[in-house]
Design a protein around this ligand. Structure first.
Ligand SMILES: Cc1cc2nc3c(=O)[nH]c(=O)nc-3n(C[C@H](O)[C@H](O)[C@H](O)COP(=O)(O)OP(=O)(O)OC[C@H]3O[C@@H](n4cnc5c(N)ncnc54)[C@H](O)[C@@H]3O)c2cc1C
Length: 563
């Protein structure tokens, strides 16, 4: 069913066992898992899928070595397991990532971890070589026999500077350990959603539909495209609205105080010297204020982040001038000779961690673990509401599994399948070895009479999902886009038709890397408007409005460089 048909269906048949509010990675993860169990489920997001916090992460698939210090051993163990699962289940998008910590002192920090654990240390403090070494040994032990990523290495100054010649010569050690990198975080989320719909004909996901109110046995939904409202009658509601959880409850007539979110921002810079200085490693280090920050090469650009600041309304999250000053300043601590100029910033993004309310003295001490806070049926509603508080992108599958089990329990149903080993989207049947990848590409190039170079590009972009796209592209007149020649017109048509694109930025920001890598031009916005508009039936006037809307959003919220 297409979007209109799904909405019409629920207008005629409002009964739905499970309604999920919020299409970030946690809502989408539960959606896929419930679909896999054969449950009839509807998911709505007030904006596009994966456009909230899940689009603002540092793109690390990690166990969270830092959380060992807070004594969050359960969280680290689960997240390391999930990191390994994601490397195996989404091999097209999640790759092992060498992460290097530059270390400036040897002995500091010995007492920090136990003191933090006992609640006696209330602000971040410096960590030296020995405490980092101990932490990494413990971290390696969680990876255990799975050997999905190599064990850590510790280097002295000389060897470190040979490998990273631009690094600050005052380092006493570097430590390199391995986590995962998810270059295409938004595409993973979209593919999780599409997998859910593919598995189960009774699983439907709608973007640009908001939960806007509730009655005793119903939830009101508003189609943000038309302003139309309709009601559904769920047996159980899952509030997966991330930092908006309390806002959703309020709209449904219930004042809750589950979330005490903190904002984190990043900038994306186009600086070749910095890119090369990282040698492909994420540089993960402690800034002078004790915050853990990162310099992270990704798709030819470098991401620099992040901050951790209390914020009232997630809708206000934007990267500020002060945060940019902070990023430019701390980059010099690690690479003192490299200057990042403001005009090299091609994109920025900011999001709010859906953390639990907390009275911790510093934001870094608030637990990053996840919890299902349940509002039982009672005075206000006949249905229970599960509220998905906290969590990491990395551990979305485990969190989703726990919430799905609790949901099945309430519905009186049982689990019939697991997502643990289940490939995501174009990670299915993905050839892992170089020679197998080459053979895969050559075979598809031959089958579609397309150049191996182009098929290689599609494979890099969509994994084995490239097959359907290449076949579609070969089945009609295709041409490279004038303003992004690595993409083709029929590729954009395919994505629009099959991935629920409603607006230009859905494609530029969440179904491709065109925005985050700073490849937007006015010409590209118009070209996209023409192709997408043709698919969605936009008039010329609507195309112009869509271009203006996309451009305003990219400039206001992302400082996008638009050539
Ligand atoms: C700066 C930063 C860096 C991070 N880095 C990492 C990292 O490197 N690795 C990692 O594992 N984790 C990281 N995280 C954590 C991770 O990104 C989040 O925990 C995760 O994305 C939360 O997902 P979510 O689905 O709960 O929330 P969201 O992604 O915010 O999804 C909630 C959705 O609800 C929708 N919504 C809101 N109101 C309504 C309504 N009324 N009706 C319908 N829909 C509604 C929103 O539009 C949104 O799409 C980071 C977080 C931040 C902020």
């Amino acid at each position: 069913m297409n979007r209109n048909e799904i909405i019409q269906h629920y207008k005629n048949n409002p009964e739905v066992p499970v309604l999920i509010i919020g299409g970030g990675i946690n809502g989408l993860g539960v959606f896929r898992d419930l679909a896999l169990q054969g449950v009839h489920v509807l998911l709505v997001d007030q904006a596009d899928f994966c456009s909230g916090t899940s689009a603002a992460s540092s793109r690390m698939v990690h166990g969270g070595i830092r959380y060992l210090e807070n004594g969050e051993f359960r969280l680290v163990e689960e997240a390391v397991h999930e990191r390994n699962r994601l490397i195996q289940n989404a091999p097209h998008y999640v790759k092992p990532l060498a992460t290097t910590i530059p270390i400036f002192t040897r002995f500091s920090g010995f007492l920090n971890a136990p003191m933090k654990f006992l609640g006696m240390l209330t602000k971040p403090a410096e960590r030296g070589s020995y405490i980092i070494k101990m932490g990494l040994m413990l971290y390696d032990s969680y990876t255990g026999k799975s050997a999905t990523v190599p064990k850590h290495q510790f280097w002295g100054t000389k060897k470190s500077l040979q490998h990273f010649p631009e690094m600050n010569p005052e380092i006493v050690n570097t430590a390199t350990y391995y986590d995962g990198s998810m270059r295409d975080a938004e595409r993973i989320a979209i593919e999780v959603m599409l997998d859910g719909e593919r598995i189960n004909a009774d699983a439907h996901a709608l973007n640009y539909v908001a939960a806007s109110g509730a009655g005793r046995d119903s939830v009101t939904l508003t189609d943000r495209e038309t302003g139309d409202t309709f009601t559904v009658k769920p047996q159980l509601v899952i509030n997966a609205a991330g930092p908006w959880i309390d806002f959703v409850n309020k709209a449904m007539g219930n004042d809750t105080n589950f979330i005490g979110g903190t904002k984190g921002s990043h900038i994306v810079v186009n600086n070749q010297r910095l890119f090369e200085a990282t040698r492909g490693h994420e540089i993960f280090f402690e800034n002078e204020d004790g915050r853990i920050v990162l310099i992270y090469p990704l798709a030819g650009r470098v991401i620099v982040g992040t901050t951790d600041l209390y914020i009232e309304d997630p809708a206000d999250a934007v990267c500020t001038e002060d945060e940019i000053d902070y990023f430019l300043e701390f980059s010099k601590v690690v690479f003192p000779a490299i200057e990042i100029k403001r005009e090299e910033i091609v994109y920025s993004f900011s999001g709010v961690r859906p953390l639990p309310t907390s009275d911790a003295n510093s934001t870094g001490q608030i637990s990053r673990d996840h919890h299902n806070r349940i509002i039982e049926p009672g005075d206000l509603y006949d249905f229970p509401i599960f509220n998905l508080v906290g969590g990491k992108w990395t551990s979305f599958r485990a969190f989703s599994e726990q919430v799905t089990d609790a949901t099945l329990d309430r519905l009186g149903e049982i689990r019939v399948d697991s997502t643990d080993q289940r490939p995501i989207g174009g990670g299915k049947d993905y050839p892992l070895e170089d020679e197998d990848q080459e053979a895969w590409i050559q075979a598809l190039a031959k089958e579609t009479e397309t150049s191996a170079e182009r098929i290689g590009m599609l494979f890099d972009r969509y994994g084995t999902g490239a097959r359907e796209i290449a076949l579609f592209c070969a089945d009609g007149d295709d041409r490279p886009l004038t303003h992004a020649p690595d993409y083709s017109e029929r590729e954009v048509i395919w994505i629009t038709r099959t991935e629920k694109v409603m607006h230009i930025n859905d494609l530029l920001q969440r179904r491709s890397l065109l925005a985050i890598t700073g490849q937007i031009s006015t010409g590209l916005l118009h070209e996209m408007a023409a192709i997408i508009g043709n698919e969605l039936g936009w008039s010329e006037e609507s195309q112009t409005k869509e271009v203006e809307k996309a451009q305003t959003h990219l400039l206001k919220w992302h400082r996008a460089k638009i050539s």
